[in-house]
Design a protein around this ligand. Structure first.
Ligand SMILES: [Cu+2]
Length: 258
């Protein structure tokens, strides 16, 4: 990456911003590949991608003042995309975990390296290509992201589960961050076939019955329904912010057991 003479650590800062900008890019790609209704999110995600990319270009190409722009761009990206950091809790879900890694690693590097570049610039330590610690930092950052993506992708493929609907009379689909039906009626003591048609992880959770099954993107499972007649709240633990009242705001539906 030879280029204009710039303060040491500048290129690492630019790399951090590029990584952070890839977080919304990965989410966008997932939405588009899965044909999800992304219209509302499109401008938001593109902005969250363009801001760090422009910040990276400015920091790489121009002088000291652009390090402040880089820090600002990193903070803006972190604020806009902070929700992807929750994906770090789910290493086996590629499209949740990878954006989380890109955002956290990218913004931390961008901010840290921008500050280091400001200090280096003040001391007149310039470079036209990364060397020493900066070079190592670039290699470590890229290595970490690539390893995380490969491991997460492998875990996703091997653990997502693919059940056969078999005898199950009821199919529950999870798509577009919603349960397919406003309510399900199931005979107690049977199995339901649950399929996640999103690239993101969801859960099949019925708190009162102690059921809490995770479904990775594109995965499916057979889930036992106990013989405990009644009507229960069935919801996704990940996309419900008020677990005490899931139907108020969340990804929730009703499960009636006969
Ligand atoms: Cu969900």
């Amino acid at each position: 990456m030879a280029g204009p003479e710039n303060a040491k650590w500048t290129r690492l800062a630019a790399l951090g911003l590029l990584l952070a900008g890839l977080a919304p890019a990965v989410v966008l790609v997932a939405l588009l590949i899965w044909g999800m209704d992304a219209q509302e999110d499109l401008i938001f995600l593109i902005s969250a991608m363009v801001i760090p990319f422009v910040g990276a270009l400015l920091a790489w190409r121009f002088g000291a003042w652009t390090k402040f722009v880089a820090i600002l761009a990193a903070l803006l990206t972190a604020m806009a995309m902070f929700w992807t950091a929750f994906g770090l809790a789910q290493p086996a879900s590629f499209f949740d975990f990878v954006p989380g890694i890109l955002l956290t690693v990218g913004t931390l590097i961008a901010i840290g390296a921008s500050i280091a570049a400001l200090i280096a610039g003040n001391r007149g330590r310039m470079a036209t290509a990364p060397e020493g610690g900066e070079r190592l930092g670039i290699a470590l950052a890229l290595g970490l992201v690539v390893v995380a993506a490969v491991v997460s992708g492998a875990l996703n493929l091997t653990t997502r589960g693919s059940a056969d609907a078999g005898e199950a009379e009821t199919t529950v689909t999870l798509k577009g961050f919603e349960y397919g039906e406003a309510g399900y009626v199931v005979a107690g003591g049977t199995e339901v076939f649950v399929r996640n048609d999103d690239p993101f992880a969801h859960t099949f959770t019925v708190e009162e019955l102690g059921i809490d099954e995770s479904l990775l993107g594109a995965g499916s499972k057979l889930i036992d329904i106990p013989a405990e007649p009644g009507t229960y709240v069935l919801y996704c633990r990940i996309h419900t912010s008020q677990p005490e009242d899931p139907q108020a705001d969340g990804m929730a539906t009703a499960l009636t057991i006969l």
